[in-house]
Ligand binder design. Structure first.
Ligand code: SF4
Length: 462
């Protein structure tokens, strides 16, 4: 089956032609469908479609076929059901973060799209709508025959300008062109907020916002919406991180409204790490949305004042909406296109995975500037340091999406004080990033390493 799937991707151009030919001819079968009756016709067509597409594409019968927009690679084979591009955890060899035995569906999709349209990277790719669970198992061919294939594409939401006086301090700093610094905190494993507030206090006066992770690594902690609201109540601008792993669109939209009502002004939309690496691997992952569809929904709530269902909100939230990017993992060729898609969907700031490789970042930024994306969203680059070369090597091997060049590992391993050398390398990286046109700031990360991170920021600022 896998070999046939790869064959289909390699022959995506020819298969797409067949599809276009079929979709033009198919409406001629409409009288036959009417004669048979829709229900009976679909019952006859469905097994044929399932068998054919199952054999050719390993199709999962979602009932909203998007193969012609995904290089003939079925995105429903992705364990996170990503319909709008790869997650940030693709392994360096192009295999899936969740299942190392399988090639990432989006590495395949990128290859197939290249066969269909060699110039595809120069154009923004369409936003695919979040999956409609009601269509599972239904025939998409039937809709093609009926002459109205349901369009799976979402138009971008037109933007509403928030008056300057209502902007939060983080957005104000970004808009003013300041080189911003954000830091990441994991909420505590505690019902007492003191631990969180003590850790946040170490960054007093040093950062423009504090990101609050949402079950990072698939591990359970205090909820990110509660931790964000606590920070806001104590005067810290928080970035509330929302993942699609644990909640469906109903719960997420409720949380977005709740966060806004509690004073949170910034959100970061992520797909989220898989549960398999966390402390509850037996949990069922949700992935009702992916990061792009979440961005689109959040933008619709803010700018159109409505839920994803179209129902109107009484008072819409007013949020500075962000997304993530990872320039350091495959499919490298499509990472900027994926970033563009997130910006089209509604992201106005971007925070990247750890940058330990300046050359890769410079290549990425070159293309970002060519497309003018640095003018449409603020690019904030992830940086960090760990206590030793061993810890850094462990992170590169075990944390999805982290790439550490050998030269950095050797530099730190060879130092007499590895912790200090790591800090020095981090400060050098931040200074080098600040010189790259289009980099709007840095996002400092490091699990439970607040003192060192605060020192790094103080060194850079001083
Ligand atoms: S690496 Fe990510 S995007 Fe690719 S198939 Fe796995 S979960 Fe999906």
């Amino acid at each position: 089956m896998y070999t046939v799937r790869l064959w289909s991707v390699r022959h995506a151009r020819g298969l797409r032609r067949v599809y276009v030919f079929f979709s033009r001819l198919a409406p001629r079968l409409a009288p036959l469908v009417r004669w048979l009756g829709r229900r009976r016709a679909e019952a006859m067509l469905r097994p044929v479609e399932r068998a054919t597409k199952g054999f050719m594409f390993d199709c999962r019968s979602c009932g909203q076929c998007v193969l012609s927009a995904t290089g003939m690679a079925c995105p429903m084979n992705c364990p996170k059901r990503m319909r709008n591009g790869p997650c940030g955890g693709v392994r360096a060899d192009g295999t899936c973060e969740v299942d190392a035995a399988m090639r990432c569906v989006w590495v395949e999709a990128t290859e197939g799209t290249k066969h269909i349209d060699p110039d595809h990277r120069t154009r923004p790719t369409p936003l695919l709508a979040a999956i409609d669970a009601r269509n599972a198992g239904r025939s998409t061919w039937m809709r093609v025959i009926e002459g109205h294939p349901e369009t799976p594409f979402q138009p971008p939401v037109s933007e509403r300008r928030t008056p300057e006086s209502r902007l939060g301090p983080f957005e104000t700093a970004c808009r003013a062109g300041k080189f911003v610094v954000t830091v990441e905190l994991a909420p505590p494993d505690s019902a007492d907020p003191r631990a969180l507030l003590d850790r946040a206090a170490r960054f007093d006066g040093l950062v423009d916002a504090i990101n609050v992770t949402d079950g990072a690594g698939g591990n359970c902690h205090m909820s990110s919406v509660a931790a964000s609201a606590l920070l806001v109540a104590h005067g810290y601008p928080a970035v509330y991180q929302i993942t699609c792993r644990d909640r469906n669109r109903i719960a997420i939209q409720g949380d977005i409204l709740g966060a806004a009502a509690l004073g949170v002004q910034n959100i970061l939309c992520l797909t989220g790490d898989d549960v398999s690496q966390g402390d509850h691997p037996q949990a069922r992952p949700v992935f009702d949305l992916d990061a792009v569809s979440l961005l689109h929904i959040a933008r619709g709530m803010c700018d159109q004042g409505e839920y994803a269902s179209g129902r109107k909100l009484e008072v819409p939230p007013d949020l500075f909406i962000g997304a993530t990017a990872n320039p350091f993992v495959p499919p490298y060729a499509d990472r900027v296109a994926n970033l563009e898609k997130k910006i089209v969907a509604g992201a106005r700031f971007i925070q990247t995975q750890f940058c330990f490789d300046l050359d890769m970042m410079e290549d990425f930024m070159r293309e970002v500037r060519q497309r003018g994306l640095h003018r449409r969203a603020k690019l904030i680059v992830g940086v960090g340091t760990l206590g030793s070369a061993k810890a850094l090597a462990w992170m590169a091997a075990h944390v999805p999406g982290v790439h550490v060049p050998r030269s950095l590992l050797e530099r730190i391993a060879g130092a007499s004080d590895q912790r200090l050398e790591g800090q020095r390398a981090c400060v050098e990286m931040i200074r080098a990033l600040a010189r790259i046109e289009g980099v709007a700031g840095v996002h400092v990360m490091g699990h439970r390493n607040e003192d060192v991170l605060a020192q790094v920021i103080a060194d850079v600022r001083g």
